[in-house]
Design a protein around this ligand. Structure first.
Ligand code: ADP
Ligand code: MG
Length: 240
């Protein structure tokens, strides 16, 4: 199924309120995320990219508008459905990795599995879970750091661990908020090519949020956030 939209948002409005003054951030954003592709959302700092990502991830709610995942509204779904969506249907990675500092790489990768099921199920499945966590660490080239804690890893390694964690539940969609924003250029490029490879080889859909035009250009589809609206830019790479 080529070019189907796995995630859509329409008419998204969101304002923040500061000292009783309304600060509009999103003023009617529409977006269609193409399945199996790298979809960049590019815009300058403060343009509302993270606000939009949080809404797409159901971490925040829009003032008005709808978020639709695989044809079904998710923004106003039950709390249980939204929890399942975040834990199982999507993976999220952030600029600062958000790893738990007391846990090793493999324990961080296992964490969503432990949250997603009862303790009983976890203990019953833990061998399988551990094998999967090892496979995910291997997939991102980090198996040799499985027992290292975040303080014992480089930035690029921490982001690889965060990607492995996001992949643990076999999500359809990965939301990445400035995933290379804290990395030097070379390390950033290896992370971007890993994400690109995952999109191509595992048919994973990626939403790549970035302020960097060069990164956006390497995506399959590109949207630009400006003045609270999102415009489609001409795809820079051939979207067959
Ligand atoms: P980006 O990710 O593109 O840098 P954000 O979505 O983080 O932008 O922020 C968009 C705008 O909304 C900024 O002007 C920011 O200051 C403001 N903003 C973000 N979060 C809040 C909040 N919780 N309260 C008030 N203003 C906020
Ligand atoms: Mg941001």
């Amino acid at each position: 199924m080529k070019n189907e939209f796995v995630l859509q948002a329409c008419g998204i409005h969101k304002s923040y309120h500061k000292d009783r003054i309304e600060v509009p951030v999103l003023r009617g954003v529409d977006v269609n995320i193409t399945a199996g592709k790298v979809n960049a959302l590019v815009g300058r700092s403060g343009s509302g990219k993270s606000t939009l990502m949080h809404i797409l991830a159901t971490l925040d709610t829009p003032d008005t508008g709808e978020v639709i995942f695989q044809g079904q509204r998710i923004d106003n779904a039950s709390r249980a459905r939204r929890d399942a969506y975040r834990n199982r249907d999507i993976g999220i990675i952030f600029q600062f990795y958000h790893l738990l500092p007391e846990l090793s790489a493999i324990e961080n990768v296992l964490a969503p599995m432990m949250i997603g099921q009862s303790l009983w199920n976890y203990f019953r499945n833990r061998r399988e879970a551990r094998l999967r966590a090892e496979a995910m660490l291997d997939r991102v080239g980090l198996l040799h750091r499985a027992t290292h804690r975040p303080t014992e890893m480089s930035g690029g390694e921490m982001q690889r661990a965060a990607i492995a964690r996001a992949l643990m539940t076999d999500p359809k969609l990965l939301l990445a908020d400035e995933p290379t924003g804290n990395l030097d250029t070379d390390t950033g490029e290896t992370i971007l090519s890993l994400l690109d490879q995952l999109s191509r080889e595992e048919n994973l859909t990626i939403v790549m949020i970035t302020h960097d035009d060069a990164i956006a250009k390497s995506a399959d589809v590109c949207y630009r956030m400006q003045d609270g609206l999102l415009e489609t830019k001409k795809p820079s790479r051939n979207v067959a």
